[in-house]
Design a protein. Structure first.
Length: 357
């Protein structure tokens, strides 16, 4: 195989992103990128010496925001998405049978609607692997109860466009919630409880119509954002900070991992915005942190140094995100929210202080 391949993961939405590149020319495509991981993905491209030609989304996602626009801004890549999605900002509207070339290799786009109207499966030129999005999952299939979903349509998409691939074709879905990473056409034809074992269209439709699933938590944000390919209005500084490995969320907040903060604490102003009784409660506090409850923060900004990075922390990350917004409005340019707050700090086993004042 003369391709470079990496499977990447987003824990929050259980999304898989896939980097595929021609090892000879170092031209690459990235399938189903996640907004919050655009910096990670760009860093991987740089480290591997790859040029990103296209980002491909298998469909308009309802559970996360795509990183397509951010990657276009940072790498110059082009955005490819099904024409049937009718999204704004698409550089290459894809039709069934189109080929996306990267170096001497290509992916063929196969229309596999049913989960949404614009779902596509991307098949590598030698049919050794296919990226099925939410059309076909490992031992499952994408839900059909919203976003133009239709179980009859999805049945035919899977049977006619995916199950006709070679038995040993490795299948890579957009999501898996159990830690499984890939499957194959042969496996799914035999073992998929929804559509495997020569199940009829009637059986499949009956199964899908009785799933009774709740709607994705991020749907109200993700779908409108993905209809614009994840485009946001922000500054270059927000997208490419130089003082820490930050994760920029679609809510517009830079987040930082607890383990990085623990290692670099001496060079930071850590501001604990919990109430005083929480500060001395069971979760403890980070040694050296300033206790400034969120309600008091606007009146105590003068006690902080604008030239030194500020990391805000609370119990779980909600109030500290508000604190970051307050700091930025006041002119602080090096700010971050401690992702997951003190709960994450504790779960990672990082040192805490429980000394009572």
């Amino acid at each position: 195989m003369n391709v470079i391949f990496r499977q990447l993961h987003d824990t929050k939405s259980s999304t898989y992103s896939y980097l595929v590149a021609d090892s000879a020319t170092k031209e690459a495509v990235l399938i189903d990128p996640v907004f919050e991981h655009a910096r990670r993905d760009a860093a991987l491209l740089r480290e591997l010496g790859l040029t990103l030609r296209y980002t491909l989304d298998t469909h308009v996602h309802a559970d996360h925001v795509t990183g397509a626009w951010l990657l276009k801004e940072s790498t110059g890549s082009r955005i490819a998405l099904a024409a049937a999605s009718y999204a704004n900002g698409v550089d290459v509207p894809l039709e069934h049978g189109d080929k996306i070339h990267f170096g001497g290799r290509y992916l063929q786009a196969r229309a596999t609607p049913g989960h949404t109207n614009g779902c596509m499966t991307f098949v590598l030129d030698d049919s050794s692997m296919a990226f099925t999005g939410d059309a076909l999952l490992i031992r499952g299939a994408g839900r059909t109860d919203f976003q133009q979903g239709n179980a009859h349509t999805l049945y035919h998409s899977i049977v006619e466009q995916i199950f006709t691939l070679p038995e040993d074709c490795v299948l890579y879905p957009a999501h898996d919630y159990r830690g499984l990473t890939c499957s194959s056409v042969g496996e799914e034809k035999r073992f998929n409880p929804r559509i495997g074992g020569a199940r009829s269209e009637t059986d499949f439709v009956g199964y899908m119509e009785n799933l009774r699933l709740g709607h994705p938590k991020q749907m109200d944000v993700a779908v409108p954002a993905n209809m614009s390919c994840g485009r946001i209005e922000t500054t270059d500084a927000a997208l490419a900070p130089d003082w820490a490995p930050l994760c920029y969320t679609y809510a517009g907040i830079n987040e930082i991992d607890a383990d990085w903060v623990a290692v670099h604490a001496e060079g930071l102003q850590i501001v604990d915005v919990r109430e005083r009784n929480e500060h001395t409660g069971e979760l403890g506090y980070i040694t050296g942190a300033y206790l400034i409850p969120l309600s008091e923060l606007p009146g105590r900004l003068a006690t902080l140094d604008k030239a030194k990075p500020v990391v805000a922390v609370c119990r779980s990350g909600g109030r500290s995100a508000q604190a970051v917004a307050i700091l930025e409005r006041a002119g602080f340019t090096k700010t971050a929210n401690l992702a997951g707050g003190m709960l994450e700090w504790r779960d990672q086993g990082l040192p805490i202080d429980t000394t009572r004042a």
